[in-house]
Design a protein around this ligand. Structure first.
Ligand SMILES: Cc1cc2nc3c(=O)[nH]c(=O)nc-3n(C[C@H](O)[C@H](O)[C@H](O)COP(=O)(O)OP(=O)(O)OC[C@H]3O[C@@H](n4cnc5c(N)ncnc54)[C@H](O)[C@@H]3O)c2cc1C
Length: 392
């Protein structure tokens, strides 16, 4: 029978996460955002309560759940605590656990998945480069064969949490573009373990930016970094076949974060619109204030429905590319609209750090630009789904 209800397990998951979230109020995140400081206490609380084990397979001591439950967890934490809280779950459960359990060699899975479940690692996904931009096939980072491994050289940009990460998923070119038999061949994903680094250097420089400042993004320099062959994720030269699974899971996660954050700001704006009185009546009785809040409700419901569908498709091994892209696109726009209208509802107070609206507004803007800019989603839909001519 078709059901749109969350299961009993999923409801319990929400309740448990929600009671953990109470310990991390807006003041906690405001402080960490202000200082650009990692929310270690929050990370430790997730680890000690077993939340990173959510999608670790049962035979390795995990809960064995899928991306649907991970996306619910990301949504719940973003709804209660904001985007950085959800993003940490994405870094561990999606970038790390989902990728390693699907694409790493068996001995690495057996060692690293329980460690990740216990909160022993932070992992970053290092794809973007300064010169290639959204054209992944143009990346300049190389990995050259040497002995029983590969030596990586190159520069990445915007790599979230790279200054904290003990594990990195680095995308590099293993066959030069001109020599590859197919346009999409020649890229390889490498699992780099910093603690096991026998040769080479990895350096991360924080970028002073405006979004999710508690986590932070970095320029990342890789110089002569030796990685054993066993640390290839998927197959040599066939990174292009691994990336869709990773990027779709990432899009479902960012959609879940966006919807959660949108609901957080909508809740705050609605409460404020009911109590703030100007011209002897609550500002929420003016349609100019009320309708955008109502529209936000509609936009967020729509984005969440598509995100859940995408997660369901992902867990059932179906092609989720369209739903994942649409969910990321709708979610990002809905969150930004909701945050923008929350500023309008709060008036001048929307600019005061003490109301936290400006922080959520800064964060809500991110997913319109990265990890996938909305233009690239529209390119994908126009070309691959509507079969329109390639526009670039
Ligand atoms: C805070 C933050 C955190 C990030 N974290 C990570 C991370 O952890 N790991 C990682 O690998 N990356 C990360 N990124 C990078 C992010 O994914 C990229 O910034 C994003 O994909 C855009 O790439 P770009 O900045 O190189 O833009 P560019 O490629 O320079 O593009 C600039 C603009 O031009 C548009 N454009 C380009 N080509 C076309 C076209 N053909 N048609 C229409 N429009 C086009 C783009 O959509 C974009 O709007 C992060 C970025 C930020 C800001």
């Amino acid at each position: 029978m078709l059901s749109f209800d969350e299961s009993e397990d999923q409801k319990l998951l929400r309740e448990a996460l929600s009671s953990l979230a109470i310990n991390f109020p807006e003041t906690y995140w405001r402080l960490h955002d202000g200082k650009g400081e990692f929310p270690q206490e929050y990370f430790d609380a997730l680890a000690s309560n077993g939340w990173f084990n959510l999608n670790v397979p049962e035979e390795l001591g995990g809960t064995g759940m899928g991306l649907s439950e991970v996306s619910i967890a990301i949504h719940e934490m973003s709804k209660d605590c904001g985007m950085s809280a959800g993003d940490i779950l994405m870094a561990i459960c999606v970038f790390a656990i989902q990728t390693i359990k699907t694409f790493a060699r068996e001995h690495l899975r057996r060692r690293l998945l329980p460690e990740l479940g216990a909160g022993k690692h932070v992992m970053s996904f290092a794809l973007t480069e300064p010169t290639s931009g959204v054209n992944i096939l143009d990346i300049q980072t190389t990995a050259k064969r040497e002995g029983d491994g590969y030596v990586i050289n190159g520069q990445k940009i915007w790599i979230t949490l790279a200054h904290k990460a003990s594990l990195l998923n680095v995308v590099a070119r293993t066959t030069p573009k001109g020599e590859a038999s197919k346009r999409t061949e020649g890229l390889t994903l490498f699992l780099v373990e910093r603690a096991a680094l026998k040769r080479g250097q990895i350096r991360a420089d924080r970028i002073d930016d405006i979004s999710m400042r508690a986590l932070g993004s970095n320029n990342l320099y890789l110089e002569d970094v030796f990685v054993p062959e066993d640390n290839i994720l998927g197959q040599l030269d066939r990174g292009w076949e691994v990336l869709p699974a990773l990027l779709n899971a990432e899009r479902i996660s960012t959609a879940s974060m966006s919807v959660g954050l949108g609901q957080l700001v909508l809740r705050k704006a609605t409460e404020y619109a009911k109590k703030r009185t100007v011209f002897d009546r609550p500002i929420g009785s003016n349609q100019a204030i009320q309708f955008p809040l109502a529209r936000s409700k509609a936009d967020l419901e729509g984005a969440w429905a598509v995100a859940q569908r995408a997660a369901w498709e992902f867990d059932h091994g179906e092609d989720c590319a369209v739903s994942a892209n649409v969910a990321a696109y709708m979610g990002a726009r809905a969150a930004f609209f909701a945050a923008d209208r929350a500023i309008q509802t709060f008036g001048g107070l929307g600019y005061a750090k003490s109301t936290d609206i400006e922080r959520h507004w800064r964060d809500s803007r991110l997913f319109r630009t990265g990890p996938v800019p909305e233009e690239m989603v529209l390119n994908f839909l126009g070309q691959r789904v509507l079969n329109l001519p390639r526009s670039y």
